[in-house]
Design a binder for this molecule. Structure first.
Ligand code: DAH
Length: 353
């Protein structure tokens, strides 16, 4: 067979292989076999010397033409295969955006924090400022400066947790430590009166602790908001008016307030404030134990002995104080029958507010 015919056949089979190459790797194998360093077509170019002189021009032309055609075909096929492979890769790497996402749980503010802020806002609106104290307090500020000396029977109602130093001092364990977890926010009163000159209009929100077992109306740790006013000419009427305003803002215009005489060591006279029952409207039901009233807070006129601890002259100044439990206010506002429900962390319950 003439050399040019061999070349024509080789060209035909190379073009067929190129057309049949399924991917770029297979195509490259064809390229190496035909036009690579030791490829079949390259072999003809290398052995031109052995071709008889009169055929050389013709054979040379045929080989070059075949090589150009093969290279053009390789180029064209490569473009087709590469773009198909790119398409396939994009398709397989793509995110499946049809899969439903995992919903993020969105939290809400806890009811206790919300009610604390609501109480604060009512009093801020009246010109009060917020004072804060520490949860670890000394016996002096928690009891003594509030006219509750060591042998006072009122201490019995507010047993608490004492802080013992790390050396494990046993005298402290026996109840002789004077560092404790505060049982009431009333101690902030004593701090504020020591450091500020009257007029004083403050509220003090914060956590308090008692050695109580949790039941529907008691918690060993809860939140209070304390209020204190010291100014010239403050009367019991100012206390009553302030509390009535607070109750209407917090619970609604239709709620009535009454004051019942009571005892607190740091106020004289002292009272407990009740509001008309939100469930029966004051007629009497199980929630208010048939009385039509529910207790909301303690209050009174600051005892002159408390002023004396802070060097405030009771002949010049008078004042009132009050203290309320935030959990209690929250439960009364939303008719929650058990304080413990606020602390259980049940989202079905907490999300309602
Ligand atoms: N500290 C009292 C308690 O925890 C509440 C209280 C009553 C605070 C009367 C006062 C007050 O400031 O005047 O039971």
């Amino acid at each position: 067979m003439a050399i040019v015919d061999e070349i024509r056949e080789l060209l035909a089979s190379a073009l067929a292989d190129i057309a049949a190459a399924a991917d770029t790797a297979a195509l490259d194998a064809v390229r190496v076999a035909v036009v690579g360093k030791s490829g079949t077509l390259t072999g003809y170019l290398r052995s031109m010397g052995q071709v008889p002189a009169d055929e050389r021009a013709e054979v040379g032309k045929a080989v070059n033409a075949a090589r150009e055609e093969v290279e053009a075909a390789l180029e064209a096929r490569k473009a087709v295969l590469a773009s198909a492979e790119l398409e396939a890769q994009i398709a397989s790497d793509a995110l499946d955006i049809t899969l439903p996402g995992r919903a993020q749980q969105v939290g809400t503010r806890h009811l206790i924090s919300r009610i604390t802020d609501e109480i604060a806002e009512i009093f801020l609106g009246l010109g009060y400022t917020v004072a804060s104290g520490t949860e670890v307090e000394t016996d002096y500020y928690n009891f003594e400066a509030l006219n509750t000396p060591a042998d006072h029977p009122a201490r019995g109602l507010q047993d608490t947790f004492y802080v013992v130093d790390r050396s494990g001092d046993v005298s402290a364990v026996r109840g002789e430590s004077d560092v404790l977890l505060r049982t009431q926010t009333s101690g902030v009163q004593a701090h504020v009166m020591e450091t500020q000159e009257p007029p004083i209009y403050i509220i003090a929100p914060g956590k308090v602790y008692r050695r109580d077992v949790a039941d529907p109306s008691h918690l060993p740790q809860f939140n209070q908001v304390e209020g204190l006013v010291v100014d010239k000419g403050i009367t019991f009427g100012d206390l009553k008016g302030t509390l009535e305003y607070f109750v209407r803002q917090m619970f609604g215009e239709d709620r009535r307030t009454r004051l019942r005489p009571h005892f607190f060591p740091f106020t004289e006279p002292s009272a407990e404030a009740d509001i008309s029952c939100g469930i029966c409207g004051g007629v009497g039901c199980r929630f208010c134990k048939g009385t039509g009233w529910v207790e909301v807070l303690g209050c009174g006129m600051v005892d002159p002995n408390v002023f004396a601890y802070a060097d405030i002259d009771p002949e010049v100044y008078s004042g009132f104080a009050f203290g309320m439990g935030v959990e209690r206010i929250a439960c009364l506002k939303y008719n929650v029958p058990d304080l413990r429900m606020l602390l259980e962390g049940d989202m079905r319950f907490l999300r309602q507010f």
